[in-house]
Write a protein that binds this ligand. Sequence first.
Ligand SMILES: Cc1ncc(COP(=O)(O)O)c(C=O)c1O
Length: 469
Amino acid sequence: MQTGSPGDPGQKTASFTRSDAPMDLGSLDKQWILHPFTPIAEWETGTPMIIAGGEGARIFDDRGNAYLDGTSSLWVNLLGHRHPAIDRAIREQLEKIAHTTFLGLTHEGGIRLAEDLARLAPGNLKRVFYSDNGSTSVEIALKLAFLLRRKTHPGARRFFSLERAYHGDTLGAVGIGGIDRFHAPFYPLSQESLKAPAPDCFSCPLGLSRDRCSIDCADVAVRTVREHAPELAAVILEPRLQAAGGMIVWPEGYLTRIAQAAREEEIPLILDEVATGFGRTGALFACQLEKVVPDFLCAGKGLTGGYLPLAITLFSEETYRRLREDPGIFYHGHSYTANPLAVAAARATLGTLEEGCHISAIGGKRTVFEVLERNLANLPFVGNIRSIGLVFALDVFADGSRKIPASRETMTGIERKAQSLGLIVRPLTNTLYLIPPLSIGVDDLTLMGDILAESLREFGKAGSPNPVR
Ligand SMILES: Cc1ncc(COP(=O)(O)O)c(C=O)c1O
């Protein structure tokens, strides 16, 4: 709490005059900013990379160095930086209006984008509720599912999700999250969901052999859903790929099994496609890989091509009708709901995604991953190589035969080495991954793979003596 009155001599008066002190941006950053998911003391002692520009699959720092964007700027950039069509769409919208509220008003961009989404979305998911980030798109789905479910099951107020799930950082999303490192400190503030193990067949939490894991893991999840059905307000999953949880690629059929159980128990199914949506897994939405249509589909990130914050929660006309009857109004909204600039970026992104056949081109680009996998085969400390669509991941081990993960120092060393060779990566504990923009060319994707392999080789010299089994 601040004390003192404006006249208090101890109180410094706020000033809107900008300092013209020499600009060491790194020091100024450290003086004024707290960064997300960034170790504070390490940040204070390091030299921050200051991003000054981007073009296609590359970003540039303020010293003129170029880096391949191996994380698509944290899974948001879809078609490359400074895409002409998206740039143009935003400029054109700027000539009209930058923002207006969506509460009780509407605008053409928001309407047209809803029309586009209705055409592209799986099954009957023709209605949209706009928000401005992935976490809120999830919160909205949780609330809407609860409103529907309470009509028949007034006591149903728990959610089912998976261990190692990540659905965002708001408190509702924390409750259904399952990454202890991120979520456990905040569990006392949120309602912890009912959980089943994630289907990670490489290090199966149930200790099952690889071929049994997919079947038995699904059995455990299905049994949990069925046993607790009356108390469940919704089942929420990240279909086919648990990204933040360690790039866990699900075995085929796992999603279908849980979706079927939820359907039979009449529990709303929410699929969180914030990370997987808009082509990353090889289909526009990952649920389409198994022809599963959820009751609610959440998406964000790539929707605007990684330009501006916008998210969507999709649902059916039937759901809309039931909400119209009761409660008749949805008390939820955000200041920047359906921001017109973001909506313009999204329409340009979806148009370009369709016209450019970026999703159908993924199959051809995946040959680069096959070559990369062969390249990495002789590194004994690398294992669990997996991929889906244009996502490639591997794990690094201190001792491969005992599956002891590489230390944080090792992973930071690999990250820095890759950076020095011109590639941005961001490990998730001992997992390294590539999620390039879908528009990346085969040459740049090959270069990404080569740099990744080279960075691993360098650090492998001090790596695991025992190969991964
Ligand atoms: C599956 C999933 N859901 C939700 C979110 C949260 O999205 P946002 O960071 O836009 O709030 C993320 C972010 O990485 C995600 O991967």
